[in-house]
Design a protein around this ligand. Sequence first.
Ligand code: ASN
Ligand code: ZN
Length: 322
Amino acid sequence: AEAARRTLMEFSSVAETGQLGRTAKAPSSGTAFSPKLRRTVYDAMHRQELPGREVRAEGSASTGDPAVDETYDGLGATYALYEDAYGRSSVDGAGQPLLATVHYGRDYDNAFWDGAQMVLGDGDGEVFERFSKSLTVIGHELTHGVIQYTAKLVYQDQAGALNESLADVFGSLVEQKLLGQTAADASWLVGEGLFTPEVSGSALRSLAAPGTAYDDDVLGKDPQPADMSGYIETTSDNGGVHLNSGIPNHAFYLASVRLGGYAWERAGQIWYDTITEPNFPADCTFPVFAAATITAAEKRYGAGSEESSAVQAAWQEVNVMV
Ligand code: ASN
Ligand code: ZN
């Protein structure tokens, strides 16, 4: 439970300090959804060496190991969101093979992007189940890869919370698109299905209602704020990057429900346009990000458009002033 608490409260910034620059073996190409999609799943066999043994390459059959097969499918669903909705090929925008390692470590209560690949633990079985159970977690981790090649947001304070929020937003959109859900129908949960039945909670985080994803005797209550009145000043978790992300998360949710329809289409497009702006600042604050989303909405849909108004109203509702 101690490790599980750390996963919830005090994430170490593996994305920052991790094994950047390590070159992973390129997989053989194949065909699936897109001819450009190339996935490889590795098995760490409970060690902490990456990438581990190759167990499933693009186009090969199911292995029967749920961790491997869920991960393979999750890589495909994430690739599909970025390519179909935004015309982006893979995390780097240039068709980079998608690599993932499962069965990382023992009782490992986390998942991460290490700068070159995704890594998923099996969970301790008391608080967390295997992390591949959650498609939104897979979408979240791969989006850290997309951010690495686009907005390059610093993993600290408000920029770090925006980095975390974008990972949650697009992680949720991966699932919404796969399931064909409108903004009104979506769960807006990140990490659904991760908790064992022992835990009182539905997911790690909620974009619809930050602060309500879980309330458990052992884990405590979901600490996320939903607006600036609850902004948390802290030095842990890189300045509360997994906490204050609730604020931009909720702004995205509010803009999406205001617009209606599929959230990946207009709200998601505006957020994607924002992070792919060539001059996007890596040290972006919430107000600067909010203004950038409004500019992106005006650019794509017009000044005074329904889209720019919805985005502006959403930021006002969470008390981020632009
Ligand atoms: N699961 C965490 C995340 O992706 C791990 C980390 O903080 N690096 O945010
Ligand atoms: Zn993250």
